[in-house]
Design a protein around this ligand. Structure first.
Ligand code: FES
Length: 224
């Protein structure tokens, strides 16, 4: 014998009826579907700010003041939102790229108070009172930053997806050490991933921006 289910439960189960012979399994399905239904109803029928402020404080939109590339922005956003999303979606600064979203690849790197940071895992709420520099803040098309110019000069790109991270990480390195050695450059860029294999040109570009001669093959092997 088939039992007719209430429409809301039927929608969640994907079936309008359930067989009585499936009693125990059917009951468990109905109980979990009912609880899910009650939970979603409770959550989604309560959209008032007080409810979310109490139960999900980090997801409640707030006005966050950000200083990006020297400009101040007031943005209504939940503090837990990754900085990368705000840069790309709200400020339309698309230099930083979404790669892994886990802080692993470096494609999303920006410089925060002079330090390279992976914006996909930095909550925007932690960035107030900080100075954020993105790729767009380095130079203009007419007046490139020396690092950008060195990347072009050394043809240090293939697909280009990692370049934002390479350049911003190298920028942070040059800010704290204007003339790093090849070993120091390699160390700084060690966790920025490039799948095209443009590493040699990238190292050469950063060496050139640091005012150093790219080393020959044998010197390079010695430096590693
Ligand atoms: Fe941020 Fe990969 S996208 S580290």
């Amino acid at each position: 014998m088939k039992v007719q289910l209430p429409p809301a439960i039927a929608r969640l189960l994907g079936s309008a009826t359930i067989r009585r012979s499936q009693n125990w399994r059917g009951c468990r399905k109905i109980i979990s579907a009912t609880s899910l239904h009650v939970c979603t109803q409770t959550l989604f029928s309560r959209t008032d700010d007080a409810f979310f402020a109490t139960w999900c404080p980090r997801m409640t939109p707030d006005t966050i003041r950000l200083t990006v590339n020297g400009k101040v922005h007031d943005i209504a956003v939940a503090p837990a939102t990754p900085l990368l999303y705000v840069l790309r979606n709200d400020l339309e600064l698309n230099g930083a790229k979404f790669g892994c979203g886990l802080g692993e690849c470096g494609a999303c790197t920006v410089v925060i108070d002079g330090v390279a940071a992976r914006s996909c895992v930095v909550p925007v709420g932690s960035c107030t009172q900080r100075h954020i520099t993105t790729l767009e803040g380095l130079g203009t098309r007419e007046r490139l930053d020396p690092l950008q110019a060195a990347f072009i000069e050394n043809q240090a790109a293939q697909c280009g997806y990692c370049l934002n991270g390479m350049i911003m990480t190298a920028k942070a390195l040059l800010l704290r050490n204007a003339h790093p050695s090849e070993r120091e450059i390699r160390e700084a860029l060690r966790y920025n991933l490039c799948r095209c294999g443009t590493h040699v040109e990238i190292i050469n570009a950063v060496m050139a921006a640091a005012g150093r001669q790219p080393s020959s093959g044998s010197d390079r092997d010695a430096a590693i």
